[in-house]
Design a protein around this ligand. Structure first.
Ligand code: 9Z3
Length: 315
């Protein structure tokens, strides 16, 4: 990492608005890590999920958003918990949650209401949604009760990067048993806080010109400074499949992560490619099983690779 890059990263953090409830977050985080990783009890993974926003005003009315439903992060979290990991789920407020991915948006009590017409199919559907929710709620409660899942929400790019830094520094002592699985869609461009207008941008005076600065790349700093021993998986999203693998391969070399998961927007639920120094592996959803998701196979492979990494780092 050039000192130029490090300078940019430092000035990004120095000029960021301070993280609210930082003490509270740190306390939860350290307690969670202590409980799960002391004595090498459990592996721990930070799953990032959802898109970051870039505010256009300090008292924000408008922002630029990055696409991500949070489904990948939520589904991956469930699979990591199943594989015995403790998960710090760093997610965008309002996006998909583990154990509730396929449920309707309506409030919990609506599950108890029958449709107006006594249509038997409707009633069965209501019941099956209720049962589904009940079972997943139980799994969620178990995961939280057993202290296997810590959920930390973010909205802006400022919050996301500050929280990622907190988590990475807190993971430092966990060493090779820790992992970063960076599925969040992170803004590449932003309005620096100091050059941002405080109040709502006025309309009615013609087109709006905004100059966006580049968000400094934190991945290299995470790898080299924050948590150098952690196993690190990043994602590459493209809409043009022709450039996807090339971009992912470049990211692998540039950021020195252990693997890059490459996905194309329209096929991301069916297929991803794990790009790493040991070659490219296509991972597909088992299409013969209707309930299967691509994350079932993806997480299995990632967990295997993490096991190899842990073994190798002990020798
Ligand atoms: C991904 O590529 C995720 O797989 C998706 C998941 C966001 C596509 P959904 O949340 O979708 O299930 O709807 N995440 C990383 C996207 C990203 O911004 N990557 C950056 C890049 O491609 C690197 S950090 O340059």
């Amino acid at each position: 990492m050039s000192s130029m890059g490090e300078d940019e990263v430092s000035s990004f953090f120095e000029s960021s608005p301070p993280l609210k409830k930082m003490e509270d977050i740190l306390q939860k985080l350290n307690g969670f890590i202590e409980l799960n990783s002391s004595g090498g009890r459990r592996r721990i993974v930070c799953v990032t999920s959802g898109g970051t926003t870039v505010p256009l005003e300090q008292r924000c009315v408008r922002n630029i958003d990055n696409f991500s439903s949070g489904n990948r992060g939520a589904a991956s979290t469930e699979n990591f918990v199943k594989a015995g990991y403790a998960v710090v789920f760093l997610y965008r407020s309002g996006t998909c949650q583990p154990y509730c991915r396929s449920l309707p948006d309506d409030p919990f009590l609506e599950c108890f209401q029958f449709p107006d017409n006594t249509n038997i199919q409707g009633i069965c559907l209501s019941f099956s949604i209720y049962i589904h929710r009940f079972i997943f709620n139980q799994m969620f409660c178990t995961a939280v009760a057993e202290a296997r899942l810590l959920k930390l929400p973010f909205t802006t790019i400022y919050e996301y990067l500050q929280m990622l830094r907190l988590i990475a520094t807190a993971f430092k002592d966990v060493g090779p048993c820790s992992m970063f699985y960076l599925a969040a869609a992170v803004s590449d461009f932003y309005v620096p806080w100091n050059s941002m207008t405080e109040h709502k941008i006025e309309s009615g005076s013609g087109p709006l010109d905004i100059r966006l600065a580049q968000v400094p790349k934190m991945l290299s700093i995470l790898r080299t400074n924050w948590a150098p021993q952690a196993f690190c998986i990043s994602f590459k999203l493209e809409t043009d499949s022709k450039i996807l693998i090339d971009k992912a391969t470049k990211a692998l070399g540039k950021y020195k992560v252990h693997a890059v998961v490459a996905n194309e927007l329209s096929t991301r639920k069916e297929e991803v490619v794990i790009v790493s120094s040991s070659g490219n592996v296509v991972v597909r959803r088992d299409s013969d099983k209707p309930e299967a998701i691509v994350e079932d196979n993806l997480i299995r492979l990632i967990v295997d690779r993490h096991s190899t990494y842990i073994k190798e780092s002990h020798t």
